[in-house]
Ligand binder design. Structure first.
Ligand SMILES: [Mn+2]
Length: 444
């Protein structure tokens, strides 16, 4: 063997040692608690969930949300099986060859401690999965819980994924089934005796309430994401391009261990403040305009959602101030109303009362609940929402006047506590005087 070859081989082995020793963001106790709670709620049958098949985009690999929630594992192409009768969990993992390991590193099949670390009964090569299913199929009335609703992504809720795929099917040449649909078809073809049931309502109930470990990560993310927006505010100036603000914010996220944005950053100036999901971020901003930034980072698979709107030149005009005050007072009243047991109409009633007390015209803005935040920035959410301790929710009232190029949205992510809520993103200023004071620190 040549010297070069030996060197490569040593390097390869060294890399393998580094990457195949699994490190987890969440504790084994936490992962076991989640799996046991899910098995408690279904009571019978097998639960089968699939990992993301691999990384085919230009960004970092991101595991499937539901799979990650229950395993903490970033193995691509793996399958999790939980047996609600025996209370045991198994992972079926693709076997990698030496070349794959050299390029990508190993997976939990290559880590002798993985079973222990993940709290699993066994880790099998994936080649055993079909036989495992065939054995289970031979039992009387085999119940199998799988995902009969779409998986959510980092930024799209299950319902949004369903909506987008319906839109995609409008053109019959785009009507490709999703991986989940394909898997269900395959179960029906080879295991027609399986009684397939949807696991997602059970998973969603669990994911809705955050554990102390998750809350700790969310608090950290709230601080980092708030710092990111502050940095963007300090970068803004007449003549700056919207993407310069994105760059400033992203640097803060990446420097602090986040893996990227929780959704495509929205940075709209002037007329773009009125486009709700504007994400081109390519316009040059001018003095006298507002800039609206909706941005949050991802940290340990958990997301954050913040929006701030501020004047490019550093001072709100009287007209901008008037609208800003309304949105701000509605947002603050919503936050005051948030506590366990509260529904959307309770928040609306409280907001109406508060605005009347302050003698402010609401301009049609009512307030209410927002959307839940978690593994997905539009996290799983029941139709009839009642706030509970441990929920994390983004509250985002807004007013848009396109004819005046005037759009204002103020958004914070809050944690519902025992008797109120904690604003996780409180470090970015939102009072008019605070914003103007922060912008005064800019030099140009
Ligand atoms: Mn939001």
């Amino acid at each position: 063997m040549g010297k070069k070859k030996v060197a490569y081989l040593t390097l390869g082995l060294l890399l393998l040692l580094i990457v195949s020793s699994l490190s987890l963001a969440y504790s084994r106790t936490e992962l076991e608690r989640r799996r046991q709670a899910l098995m408690d709620s279904v009571k019978e049958g097998l639960i089968i969930l699939f990992a993301s098949p691999g990384n085919f985009g230009s960004g970092h690999f991101r595991q499937d949300n539901d799979f990650y929630y229950l395993t903490g594992s970033e193995d691509a192409g793996a399958i999790l099986v939980m047996n609600a009768f025996t209370r045991e969990s198994f992972l079926f993992v693709p076997q990698k060859n030496d070349r794959e390991k050299m390029f990508e590193g190993g997976n939990s099949l290559d880590d002798p401690q993985a079973k222990e670390k993940l709290g699993l009964k066994a880790i099998y090569p994936i080649s055993y999965f079909e036989e495992f299913l065939a054995r289970y199929a031979a039992r009387p009335e085999p119940v199998v819980y799988v995902r009969l609703s779409p998986g959510d992504t980092i930024s799209e809720a299950r319902s949004e994924v369903a909506l987008f795929s319906a839109r995609q099917r409008r053109n019959p040449f785009n009507a490709l089934p999703s991986l989940d649909e394909f898997r269900v078809e395959r179960f029906r073809k080879y295991y027609p005796g399986f009684q397939l049931k949807d696991i997602t309502p059970y998973l969603d109930t669990l994911r809705m309430i955050k554990s102390p470990e998750e809350i700790e990560v969310l608090r950290r993310n709230g601080k980092i994401s708030a710092e990111a927006i502050k940095r963007a505010m300090l970068t803004s100036r007449p003549g700056a391009y919207e993407y310069e603000l994105e760059a400033a914010a992203m640097e803060v996220i990446l420097r602090n261990g986040g893996r990227g944005p929780a959704y495509p950053p929205i940075i709209g100036s002037g007329p773009n403040t009125c486009i709700l999901h504007y994400e081109k971020n390519s316009r040059q901003m001018k003095a006298g305009e507002l800039v609206l930034m909706d941005f949050g980072g991802e940290l340990e698979y958990l997301t954050m959602d913040i929006t701030r709107t501020w004047p490019v030149s550093g001072r709100f005009t009287e007209e901008q101030k008037k609208v800003y005050r309304v949105v701000l007072e509605v947002q603050k009243a919503c936050i005051e109303a948030f506590r366990p047991g509260v529904r959307a109409r309770d928040v609306q009633e409280y907001v109406a009362k508060k605005m009347k007390e302050k003698g402010l015209d609401t301009m049609g803005l009512k307030g209410g609940l927002g959307h839940l935040v978690g593994l997905c920035v539009h996290d799983v959410q029941p139709a009839e929402m009642v706030l509970k301790e441990g929920m994390v929710m983004a509250i985002e009232p807004a007013l848009y006047f396109p004819e005046k190029n005037l759009g204002i949205r103020i958004e914070d992510t809050v944690l519902i506590t025992k008797d109120g809520c904690e604003v996780l993103t409180a470090d970015v200023p939102k009072e008019i005087e605070e914003i103007e004071a922060l912008l005064d620190r800019r030099k140009f």
